[in-house]
Design a protein around this ligand. Structure first.
Ligand SMILES: C[S@@+](CC[C@H](N)C(=O)[O-])C[C@H]1O[C@@H](n2cnc3c(N)ncnc32)[C@H](O)[C@@H]1O
Length: 291
């Protein structure tokens, strides 16, 4: 009995270790501390207090930044005191925005230790540590009470996590009855698209890329009622094209601040995302559902 518990724990930590190693194949994630240089460039020195509003332009690792997070606040009607979980919180940008704007209590759950550490430091320096609790773990092994959260939110993270059925079930269990979910995520568009799928999988660290229809079904199958399912593909395709050209325009400034190696890695990532949207390999969705 004891041995099998030990084996299970060992297996889980091996899976998490493998995930941690592989996620750095995605070239958006190489250097979590780069955000400190962006702040330094604005005159905000490391360890100094930060006005949370000055972070909003840098700390959102998804499409349309705080505009999308505000859409989430409006759609879920988030309120002061709500208990909320963000899955895959990166630097903690969306969690801090929600905590600041509505006064909700947010748990910001992140797999990568370096992003988690930077997130903790930024939250502390913004004076939001009483409302945003950072947790560094793999969502698939995350433990908490059932029926705990009023809302669960996630931006561009679930497609990273293998075993979609298990993550949907965990989301359902963790949510209080009547609770709601807001998700934006990448989806599979056309499995016959002419791309190198093995490369796409490692470029995007895509471990559960599924179609919009399958996405909806997974949530319905565990008991959710779908309130909104919006196809974001055209919008995100244009967004990522603009992001890539803006990034290229900023080339010299970026290299001066972060160096050529980081520029090359991020340029590759931004370019590949544009390609995968153009080739109709990937799409995107916004999903809002209720328990
Ligand atoms: C594209 S980033 C988005 C970060 C944040 N949601 C935002 O929009 O600013 C996705 C995040 O999900 C995290 N992630 C991936 N797999 C995860 C897992 N199994 N458990 C927790 N977080 C995970 C990644 O490390 C990454 O920081």
């Amino acid at each position: 009995m004891l041995l099998s518990i030990f084996e299970t724990i060992l297996k889980q930590s091996e899976t998490t270790l493998a995930a941690l190693k592989n996620i750095k194949t995605m070239k958006l994630y190489p250097e979590a501390k780069r955000i400190f240089r962006e702040l330094d460039n604005l005159g905000v020195k490391e360890n100094e207090a930060i006005d949370v509003k000055s972070l909003f332009a840098f700390d959102q690792l998804h499409y349309h930044g705080i505009q999308s997070v505000q859409a989430c606040i409006n759609a879920l009607n988030l309120k002061r005191g709500d208990k909320l979980l963000e899955i895959g919180s990166g630097w903690g940008g969306p969690s801090r925005y929600i905590a600041h704007m509505v006064g909700a209590n947010v748990e910001a759950l992140e797999l990568q230790k370096d992003y988690h550490n930077v997130g903790c430091s930024l939250t502390e320096r913004c004076g939001l540590a009483d409302r945003v609790a950072h947790v560094c773990t793999d969502f698939l092994t995350y433990e908490n009470k059932s029926n705990h959260f009023n809302n669960i939110v996630s931006w561009l993270a679930l497609y990273h996590i293998p075993n979609r059925q298990k993550s949907c079930l965990r989301i359902f269990e963790l949510l209080k009855p009547g609770g709601r979910v807001f998700i934006e995520d990448l989806t599979l568009m056309n499995r016959n698209a002419n791309v190198n799928w093995a490369l796409l999988k490692s470029d995007l660290f895509a471990n559960s890329l599924i179609s919009i229809d399958d996405y909806k079904s997974c949530f319905e199958n565990v008991g959710f009622k779908i309130d909104v399912c919006e196809d974001m593909t055209i919008d995100w395709s244009e967004f990522t094209r603009n992001r890539y050209s803006n990034f290229l325009e900023r080339k010299n400034e970026f290299i001066n601040l972060h160096g050529k190696e980081l520029f090359d890695q991020m340029e590759y990532f931004y370019m590949k995302i544009v390609e995968y949207f153009n080739m109709k390999a990937i799409g995107g969705l916004r999903l809002i559902c209720s328990k």
